[in-house]
Design a protein around this ligand. Structure first.
Ligand SMILES: [Mg+2]
Length: 146
């Protein structure tokens, strides 16, 4: 089976431009304040979550979803991404650059040799004077994000 991958286009910048034009054409820029966009984003995350609600654990690739459900998942993910990009635009955050920087930070926080196969939060791997100290406060695992 061929490995799943995204299409090359559109880029995040192309999506930013599309959404900026979409809003400008409708005179909606006035409503696209950072706070409004953040709330819209959270609302769309809720719509995405609603599709998965009550289904129990879902298999990778969504083999048990109908074509209609998978289409719906793509639509809600698109709403989430578009609002996130619009929010970044209105906050003057260069999102691709921020992602690259954050991934580098995550690589430092989660060195492969220390975290391989483990889901603990990064604080569990912090060292003091070359001595590895594992916290015992039961912080939830992060699995790559904080
Ligand atoms: Mg939606």
């Amino acid at each position: 089976m061929e490995e799943f991958k995204f299409s090359e286009n559109p880029s995040l910048e192309a999506i930013r431009k599309l959404q900026a034009k979409f809003a400008a054409d409708r005179n909606w820029d006035q409503y696209h304040t950072p706070r409004n966009l953040l709330l819209a984003l959270v609302g769309e995350v809720g719509e995405l979550a609603e599709i998965f609600q009550w289904k129990g654990e879902v298999k990778e690739g969504l083999p048990d979803f109908t074509d209609k459900e998978k289409e719906h998942v793509g639509q809600e993910m698109s709403d989430v991404l578009v609002y996130l990009i619009r929010l970044a635009d209105k906050c003057n955050i260069d999102l691709p650059s921020a992602v690259e920087k954050k991934m580098k930070q995550n690589e430092q926080k989660y060195p492969v040799d220390k975290v391989y196969g483990k889901s603990d939060k990064y604080t569990a791997y912090q060292t003091t004077e070359n001595t590895s100290k594992v916290l015992e406060n039961g912080e939830p695992g992060a699995c790559g994000e904080t």
